[in-house]
Design a protein around this ligand. Sequence first.
Ligand code: TYD
Length: 221
Amino acid sequence: MSRRGKFITFEGLDGTGKSTQMRKLAAVVRAAGHKVVETREPGGTLTGEKIRKVLLDSGTAGLSPLAEMALMFASRAQHIAEVIEPALAQGSIVLCDRFTDSTEAYQGSGRRLGSQAVRELHRVLCGNLQPDLTILLDSDAAASVSRARRRNKRNSKAASRGHSDENRFEQETRAFFTRVYEGYLAIAAREHGRVAVVDARGTPGQTHQKIVELVRRKLKL
Ligand code: TYD
């Protein structure tokens, strides 16, 4: 039987460059000879990607905050069962773009549903699975969100032709993203052993170097 793998999650506001950094880290870890699984939330499975469409499409109107949180967890429970746990059991390094910290920051703090509800649901629906390391990319909140908005505007041509887009969260207010940001900092303060805050204000290359050093130091990969 192979040794259990490692579970690394990427967190941060929209537009902090999580996806780019995850791709770059995956290449380095693969080159070091490890099996790597790259995945994301909401999504990561066929069912999860369907749930993702409902959650992110700006055409989804009037979704209640509780229903939003429940769908995030529905996607996650399926993702853990179908992808994350089997990959860890086979000894893979699983890199995941967002996990339960996103729910705590966005629904718990942003939507004001509270941390307690999120942590309770995580225990019941996710078997309290904890990442071995969480990389929280920190950059200027306003700049990140405008970057995400610009990117999604470019992608929303499809939406104007009647297809779904991924803009629902980007339409939130500045106050919402400030709460999300503060939610993330509170998680990092509470769980400083697991969550590493990485300054992402430099170039993507500089941020990548910081992440590689962190992963080497913390997980000895
Ligand atoms: P993502 O595709 O990572 O967006 P971006 O690349 O812009 O960071 O995530 C989609 C959105 O879903 C993002 O706005 C954050 C939101 N989200 C939550 O609100 N709660 C959650 O639990 C997750 C996983 C994502």
